[in-house]
Design a protein around this ligand. Sequence first.
Ligand SMILES: O=c1ccn([C@@H]2O[C@H](COP(=O)(O)OP(=O)(O)O[C@H]3O[C@H](CO)[C@@H](O)[C@H](O)[C@H]3O)[C@@H](O)[C@H]2O)c(=O)[nH]1
Length: 471
Amino acid sequence: MDEPDELHIAMFPWLAFGHIIPYLELAKLIAQRGHKISFISTPRNIQRLPSIPPNLKPRINLVSLALPHVENLPNNAEATADLPFDKIPYLKEAYDRLQDSVFHFLHSSSPDWIIFDFAPYWLPEIATKLGISRVFFSIVGAWTLSFCGSSYTAILNGDDPRTEPQHFTVPPKWVTFPSKVAFRIHEAKRFLDHIEVNSSGVTDMFRWGSVLAGCDVIAARSCLELEADFLRLVEDLHCKPVIPVGLLPPSAQFSEGGEDEKWVTIREWLDKQTQESVVYIAFGSELTMNQNDITELALGLELSGLPFFWALMNRDESVRLPDGFEERVKGRGVVWTSWAPQLRIMAHESVGGFLTHCGYSSVIEALSFGLALIMLPFAIDQGLIARVFEGKKVGIEVPRDEQDGSFTRNSVAESLRLVVVDKEGSAYRENAKQQMVTLFGDETISDRCMDQFVAFLRGHKKLTSDVSSSY
Ligand SMILES: O=c1ccn([C@@H]2O[C@H](COP(=O)(O)OP(=O)(O)O[C@H]3O[C@H](CO)[C@@H](O)[C@H](O)[C@H]3O)[C@@H](O)[C@H]2O)c(=O)[nH]1
C-alpha cells in the first residue's frame, strides 16, 4: 500500500524544559525528514523555546493552548522551572485541564500520530477515540522505563515498597535480568513520594503506567550503543515495540541565542582560566537543595581548591551559602544565581569536569562535550543514571550515607579532585572523551535511529493493531 509522503505528527511534552527541549529536538529531526509537526505547549513556554532553524520553521507549527487557571498555581507559572518543587502538582492539575483544548485541536487537525509524554494519562483514550496512532516518547532511558511500569504493577498488586525499599531494583526482583542498576535505600524512600496521590488527583506512577499501557509504540531517548540490553528488556516487559530515537543532544548554536551580555560576562571569566581546570556545577531545572546540602557542597568546593562555576538556582529564600564563603573563594569561583547558558559553558575549553545531579539531559550534554562526571544524584531517576554512568567509568558518585543520603564536604572535595585533576582519575577523563566519540562522534547513530523511527511511523500509520517488534 502506498503511503503519502508527508506525515502530520502532533507532539505534546510535559511542561518542563527538561522535557520540552528533547521533544523539540525530536520534532526538528522528524521535520528534517520532510514531515509536518504540530508542537503543542502553552503560550509562555512557546515564547521561551530555543530558536528553530529557518529551514525547518515552515514544517513546525507551534500550537499555543492557554493554561487553565488553577488555585495555588502562581500566575505566569507554565513550566516546572517557574515553581518550587512542592507546587509542581498544581501545574499537573492545570495540565490535565488542557484535556478539552487538546481534544479539539486533535479533532480539527487529524494528525496521523500523537507523540505524548508521561503526564497526560487521559490522552491515549482521546487518541483512540479519534483514530490517531499513539507514541509514548520517554525522555528518560530504558533502565528507568523498566522500573516505572513494573513497579507500578507491583504496587497495584499490593507490594508495598515502603516496607522494603531495598527491593526497588531495576528491573524488579521477579524479572531475571542481570543488572547492577538499583536505587539506594535513601533514594527509594524519596521515590515513594511519587506513589502518593498529589493534588492533581492521581499519582505519577499512575501517569507512567497509563501512557505505557495506552501507547502503540514506545520511543526512547536512547540508542543501542548505550543500553541495548535494557531496551530489549522494556520491549519484553511492555510487550510492544521500543524504538530508540537517539540521545538528542541540543545544539549549543541554536539553543541559547547570540552574544548576550550574560554569556559575555561568563565567557570572559572562563577565558581567564587554564584549560580543563574549571568544575561546572549545575543541578538542572527543578531541584531545590536544603541548607545542609548547600553548606556541605559549598565547603567541599572550597576545600577542593579548584576553580568552579556554580549555577545555583536555589529558589528557597531561607537557604544561605556558608558565612564568608563567597569572599573566601573570590576570583577562584563564581556562584551564578540565575539560568545559566549550560551548553556554552560546557563547550568552553577551560571546563574540565561537571558536578551534576544526573538529570538525563545534563548527563547527555556533558558527554557530548567529553566531560567527566562527578555525580551527586538527588531524586527520581537520577540515582539510576548515576549507577549506569559510573558503570561506564566516565566519573564517580560522591559517596553518601546509605540510609539518610547525607554527604560531607570532604567527600565532595575528594571526588572533585580525583575526577578533575588527580593522576589516578585520568581514566575517567579519557573514558568520557571516548564516550563522546562513540556516542556523538558522527551522525551515524542519530541518523540511523531517526530513519528507523520515521520509517516505523510511516509504515504503521493508522495500523495500531499491526505493530510488532522493532528489532
Ligand atoms: O541553569 C541552567 C540549568 C539547566 N539548564 C538546562 O536544563 C536542562 C536540565 O535538564 P536535566 O539535566 O535533565 O535536569 P532536570 O531539569 O532536573 O530534569 C528532570 O528531567 C530529567 C529528564 O531529562 C530527569 O532525568 C531528572 O531527574 C528530572 O529532574 C538541561 O538541558 C540544561 O542544559 C540550563 O541550560 N541552565
